[in-house]
Design a protein around this ligand. Structure first.
Ligand code: AMP
Ligand code: MG
Length: 437
């Protein structure tokens, strides 16, 4: 069985991840030592069942949450025919095709203070933008196109019936879908929901994500560094990335490279969260017991992805929880999170569809070293020159341990598998980081 077969499996089969994982590892074209980025992404996508529990939240608290049901408009927006201009509401039949006409101004209709009666023949009503068009009137003449004197208004020719008028229900009619299920609510959506008079909205519950760092060399902030020790930074980047994605985070700290402690941590994490994320210890050989442990606790595949940075990656299930075992190097953690975990978490959170990360081509001003055979995600700085043209240059050293390269970057430069070295001036794909994670 190959990955294509996994893609078309019946839902009942797809609900048995253990079976699917076993099937996958028997695939003809499946090479765990050189998984293409797209294929790994595709395989992960097959296993994702989004959260289904919903909750009602106040409209303000709904920012960034995923809408769980279509929002149906309970009213017409705008509620009444109203004026798009400051001017005069008139009966079109009163206007002349061949000369001026003078009408009596009988009252006013301002936003929030409508004219209470009907406009009769020979009459007009002073109206301001947003004012309700009074009964009888069907046309608005702009104030720039009239003369006024002694409570009367005079206007010329060339007007169209219904001009400068916004119809009731023009933006949104009663019963129409205002917002679709599966979107992440932005400020404009929050405003739209409020404009319908709704104080609450139905959203999916937040995805619960537990994470911990593995490694004997890791020290948490506040403890002085001993010989050969380093501060744990991955937990902090992961915390930040998860928070930006709107997840409920469960920080489980640093776990030593000790089978007993790791097993305990994996069990606890899987029991309390939808998703478990770890960093370090996935490069099989150096920490073989992680693999052994996960064989015992769940169904996990260990891949060497054909990418740089971020070669080792583990993915699978521990009980009902999804598991992502990210590499240890700080840049690799971010790149693999970005390329595999982000979309998966958004999908699990109920986003439908998951918006693609903005990617486009710009000339690269740096010379880039690149060996064919794997996808590279170099860290880039996108800038705009005085003439308004965008270009990208690479941040300095590209080592997978140099977190500063991520911190300075505002984009990834994505170099596809077959690409070799890049000469200055060549267009390259960039994926912007800001606003994405
Ligand atoms: P590992 O995959 O566990 O061999 O880790 C690869 C490299 O990443 C090693 O140099 C580790 O010291 C480093 N590393 C692992 N975890 C972390 C972490 N949480 N924070 C910073 N560096 C880490
Ligand atoms: Mg380690």
């Amino acid at each position: 069985m190959n990955v294509q077969h996994v893609a078309v499996m019946r839902p009942s089969v797809m609900n048995d991840p253990a079976r699917d994982m076993r099937a996958l590892s028997c695939a003809d074209d499946y090479d765990p030592n050189s998984m293409p980025v797209d294929k790994a992404r595709d395989v992960i996508a097959r296993f994702l069942t989004p959260v289904s529990t919903t909750e009602r939240v106040n409209v303000r608290a709904a920012l960034g949450r995923v809408l769980a049901a279509d929002v149906i408009s309970p009213l017409n927006v705008p509620a009444h025919d109203n004026s798009a201009m400051d001017g005069y509401a008139v009966r079109y039949a009163d206007l002349k095709g061949d000369g001026e006409v003078t009408l009596k101004v009988v009252g006013s209709s301002f936003a929030g203070a409508p004219y209470p009666e009907a406009v009769q023949r020979g009459e007009s009503v002073r109206i301001m933008t947003g004012g309700v068009v009074p009964k009888g009137a069907d046309t608005i003449v702009m104030q720039e196109h009239v003369r006024t004197a002694d409570g009367k208004v005079t206007m010329g020719t060339g007007h169209k019936k219904g001009q400068n008028l916004r119809r009731a229900g023009e933006d949104l009619a009663t019963g129409q879908i205002a917002l679709k299920r599966g979107i992440s609510l932005r400020p404009a959506d929050i405003g739209l929901i409020s404009s319908l008079g709704m104080g609450e909205v139905s959203v999916y519950r937040r995805l619960r994500v537990a994470f911990f760092s593995t490694g004997d060399e890791l020290v948490s902030i506040g403890t002085p560094l001993g010989e050969g020790q380093i501060y744990d930074s991955n937990r902090y980047t992961i915390h930040g990335m998860l928070t930006r994605l709107g997840c409920e985070v469960l920080d489980m700290g640093v776990v030593r490279d000790d089978p007993g402690l790791l097993e305990h941590a994996f069990r606890e994490a899987a029991a309390s969260a939808d998703v478990v994320i770890t960093s370090g210890g996935v490069s099989v050989g150096e920490a073989d017991f992680v693999k052994g442990l996960l064989d015992k606790l769940g169904e996990v595949v260990f891949w060497k992805i054909a990418m740089k940075p971020g070669r080792p990656l583990a993915y699978g299930k521990i009980g009902s929880a999804h598991f992502f075992g990210l590499p240890g190097n700080p840049v690799s953690v971010m790149v693999t999170f970005y390329q595999f975990v982000r979309d998966a978490l958004l999908r699990l959170s109920g986003l439908d569809p998951v918006p693609a990360t903005p990617t486009f081509k710009v000339p690269c001003t740096s010379r880039l070293k690149k060996a064919p055979g794997r996808t590279e995600f170099q860290r880039g700085i996108l800038t705009r020159d005085a003439s308004g043209m965008w270009s990208v240059r690479v941040t300095g050293e590209q080592g997978s341990g140099i977190l500063r390269s991520m911190s300075e970057a505002n984009c990834f430069i994505i170099l596809p598998t077959d690409q070799g070295n890049v000469e200055p001036g060549t267009p390259v794909d960039v994926q912007v980081l800001e606003g994405v994670i």
